[in-house]
Design a protein around this ligand. Structure first.
Ligand code: ATP
Ligand code: MG
Length: 268
């Protein structure tokens, strides 16, 4: 991510002249998170947004970016797994093409997912993210671990799997968008919708934070807190997150859009 005051000035300049600033994110290191916080603080001050919401909105965005990073890792591992399966059934020089066809066609992608063991992908995703985290926090990695991480990063780069994050300032709303290069599978989307609906019901009963009780949280993937935390930011503002925070998959990419009405988050 970007660094330094000069770069933050540039962000503000872009927001003033074009109403939008776009960033490419490859990983969210601690430095990256600090930089993102500096950008948020500056943007909030420049555009007179209510600082009371700064930390909550920032945290929601960090969760959404992490989801994108995780989804990209998971998707690449899923592709690798499919490739392994295809090796036994196809001509080696046709595999790339076959994979391309499967991945670009939703029905095929969903179908092939049945042949991939979810637990294996989940375990490997956790492993890669854990290695990234250990490297980030300066823990010692073995040579094999460093190599595994390097290989994985090289693959992400080769496949051009990435994340774009943007901030948009329009007259009536502030919009944050996170786009990652991987689709949400139908079963995952169904899970998200179900959890968000439950959270909304609890909100209507005046007890939205009860959602965070163990029996409600969906731990299929990991803690299952990210989206709920973002939703809670909206509930605290008395806004319906189902309307302002959307997650949509299109052409193999997933876009999370978090909108905030300008008058709701502006300083009065
Ligand atoms: N950008 C995305 N692309 C693909 N899948 C996504 C994306 N964002 C969320 N998901 C799916 O939505 C699920 C719920 O996300 P959420 O952030 O609420 O929980 P989690 O990531 O599983 O756990 P935690 O955030 O607590 O680590 C994820 O497990 C994942 O399957
Ligand atoms: Mg998450």
């Amino acid at each position: 991510m970007i660094t330094g005051e000069a770069k933050i000035d540039k962000v503000v300049e872009y927001l003033r002249s074009k109403n939008v600033a776009i960033f490419q994110v490859n990983a969210l290191t601690r430095n990256g998170r600090d930089e993102l916080m500096s950008i948020f603080s500056r943007v909030f001050m420049e555009f007179q947004l209510n600082l009371e919401y700064l930390f909550n909105i920032y945290s929601a965005i960090v969760e959404v970016i992490f989801n994108g990073i995780k989804a990209n890792v998971k998707y690449l591992l899923y592709q690798e797994e499919l490739r392994q399966k295809l090796i036994h059934h196809a001509n080696p020089d046709e595999i790339d093409e076959l994979l391309e066809i499967i991945l670009n066609e939703e029905a095929l992608r969903e179908f092939m997912n049945r042949f991939v063991v979810p637990d294996k992908i989940k375990k490997n995703t956790m492993r890669i993210l854990k290695l990234e985290e250990n490297l980030r926090t300066g823990r010692n990695l073995s040579e094999a671990e460093i190599k595994a991480l390097q290989d994985f990063r090289a693959k992400l780069q080769k496949e051009e799997i990435t994340i774009f994050f943007s901030i948009g300032i329009a007259p009536h709303q502030v919009v944050f968008s996170v786009v990652n290069d991987s689709p949400i599978l139908k079963k995952d989307l169904a899970r998200i919708l179900k959890s968000r609906e439950l959270h909304y019901q609890l909100y209507k009963e005046g007890r939205s934070t009860d959602y965070f009780a163990v029996e409600n949280i969906d731990t299929t993937e990991s803690a299952g807190l990210g989206i709920a935390m973002a939703d809670e930011v909206y509930y605290e503002m008395k806004l319906d997150p189902r309307q302002y925070f959307t997650i949509v998959t299109e052409e193999g990419r997933t876009r999370a859009l978090l909108r905030f009405p300008r008058e709701r988050i502006s300083m009065l």
